[in-house]
Design a protein around this ligand. Structure first.
Ligand SMILES: Cc1cc2nc3c(=O)[nH]c(=O)nc-3n(C[C@H](O)[C@H](O)[C@H](O)COP(=O)(O)OP(=O)(O)OC[C@H]3O[C@@H](n4cnc5c(N)ncnc54)[C@H](O)[C@@H]3O)c2cc1C
Length: 468
């Protein structure tokens, strides 16, 4: 790594320092802090870190990297599970000095800078009684999340984060600043909504906002896992017809000691239903009746809380420095035999391994599949597994376990695998994420905007023809 830095002659580094507000090398005091990623399993050592404060500085950094043959990596929130907000060697463009969100309540729009975090967008929008559907942890980057789609608590009601995106400004591989909207560079705008990291460095996003809040209505019901088949049937049939205002999750987890379970249940496997209702308080009982129509739950938690409190409630539990692994893909149903196998696997999971099925559909599913690069709007559910742990000695066992879990539901796979929900990266993953047809369209777009694959440290679309 130091070798890579030495290859950049001091006068060349001076050139970068003149065009970019902050430049950090391995010899600088801030290097170790600057190269850190949210997921502690990844230890990346870039040769040089550029921290621009404007789109012009981002463009200068890209041009510098290309002139000096340095691999380009990009980071906004640093939350990639795959640790791709950095690499060994090369130039890391770190947008953490480009945070900030401005809301115009008159037009109900928000402008987020390329390095903004979700919590900034949530707070700025709620200050005017507005919302953009984002993700569930406030310190996640707007950029990485949005460019992949953006799933969270309000998406069945208001669509994916990209469905609320009006414009992206980005620096392209040749250092140009381009604005993409439905009417300006519409093909590029199509690709930015689902595979966006491939086409440049986003320096700003404009979002459409919706009147909302301040409260979100919520519930969690838990049941013994022995009833997994019946519970899945109930959940599936409810979710397939659920009102848009209800987002819901079917989960397999172990009963926590602080969650109101009897002593003999603690540590045992449970099935839970969790929902968020983003409509009027008086509609909650009616809208969730189907979900509550099962056997008597082991535990019941129902209430309302300010949306901003809910959105930041997990910020500490998912603090920087976590070790984490996740995998996911879409499905329309899960076979009963697979459910039984999952019960066994999760009961014996390493770390805090769990398995979730999140209902898609609603506003997500009403946008035509070919309207954006994001793949899988026609699929009913996202199946995902993940774990967090702290001991590096557990890394291999946890990752193997997560892969085994997803192998059980491989036969249930339907179109789409959320790019931001997969810690495994590589060309085969991109095929699974987008499917052959979309990958071919994306590859053609990539040949137009980034033929040399400058931006490749991401869920990458190679600029090659399938028949090449
Ligand atoms: C605790 C936690 C909670 C999460 N919750 C959700 C959730 O609720 N919903 C959801 O959809 N996802 C969620 N995710 C996944 C998240 O969307 C991805 O990890 C996403 O990549 C994070 O974006 P980032 O900017 O923080 O990532 P980074 O690690 O900074 O970057 C990730 C990728 O995006 C690229 N990139 C970053 N910034 C830019 C930019 N400005 N322009 C172009 N490319 C860029 C990078 O090159 C890299 O390939 C969560 C992740 C974590 C760790």
């Amino acid at each position: 790594m130091v070798e890579a830095t030495r290859r950049i002659a001091p006068d060349h580094l001076q050139q970068l320092r003149r065009s970019c507000a902050e430049v950090i090398t391995p010899h600088d005091a801030g290097y170790d802090d600057g190269r850190r990623l949210w997921n502690a399993i990844h230890d990346r050592r870039p040769a040089v870190i550029a921290r621009p404060t404007s789109a012009a500085e981002v463009a200068a950094a890209v041009r510098f990297a290309r002139e000096h043959d340095l691999e380009v990596t990009v980071r906004s929130g640093g939350h990639s599970h795959a640790g791709i907000g950095g690499a060994n060697g090369g130039l890391l463009v770190d947008l953490s000095s480009m945070r900030g969100v401005a809301v115009d309540p008159g037009t109900r729009t928000a402008r987020a800078n390329g390095g903004a975090l979700l919590g900034e967008l949530d707070v700025a929008a709620q200050a005017h009684g507005l919302v953009c559907p984002t993700g569930v942890v406030g310190h996640t980057g707007v950029a990485g999340l949005t460019l992949g789609g953006g799933v969270g608590r309000l998406q069945r009601h208001f669509g994916l984060t990209i469905d609320n995106l009006a414009a992206v400004e980005l620096v392209t591989a040749d250092g140009r600043l381009v604005r993409a909207t439905d009417t300006d560079e519409p093909d590029l705008f199509w690709g930015l909504r689902g595979a966006g990291w491939n086409f440049g460095i986003a320096t700003a996003f404009e979002f459409r906002l919706h009147p909302f809040g301040p409260d979100l209505h919520r519930g969690v019901l838990s049941y013994p896992a022995s009833e997994v088949r019946e519970l899945w049937s109930l959940f599936r049939d409810y979710a397939l017809a659920a009102p848009d205002a209800v987002s819901c999750i079917f989960g397999l987890d172990r009963a926590a000691s602080d969650a109101g379970y009897s002593d003999e249940m603690v540590g045992k496997l449970i099935v839970y239903f969790a929902w968020n209702h983003s409509g009027a308080a008086e509609d909650v009982e009616r809208d969730t009746a189907g979900l509550r129509s099962g056997p008597k739950p082991l535990t019941t938690t129902i209430g309302s809380a300010p949306y901003l409190d809910v959105q930041s409630a997990h910020d500490l539990a998912f603090a920087w420095g976590s070790r984490s692994f996740i995998k996911s893909h879409n499905a329309n149903d899960v076979r009963p035999a697979a459910l039984e196998e999952l019960v066994e696997l999760v009961a014996g999971a390493p770390a805090d391994g769990s398995f979730d099925i999140t209902a898609l559909g609603g506003a997500i599913g009403r946008i035509p599949e070919d309207a954006t690069a994001y793949a899988g709007r026609t699929s009913a559910f996202d199946l995902s597994t993940g774990a967090g742990w702290s001991d590096p000695a557990e890394d291999g066992a946890v990752m193997d376990w997560c892969r085994r879990v997803m192998a059980v539901v491989e036969p249930d796979r339907a179109l789409g695998a959320y790019a931001n929900g997969n810690a495994d990266a590589g060309p085969e993953e991109s095929r699974r994420i987008y499917g052959d047809a979309k990958l071919a369209r994306l590859a053609a777009l990539k040949r137009e905007w980034d033929p040399d694959n400058v931006f490749h440290v991401n869920p990458n679309v190679a600029p090659v023809r399938a028949d090449a």
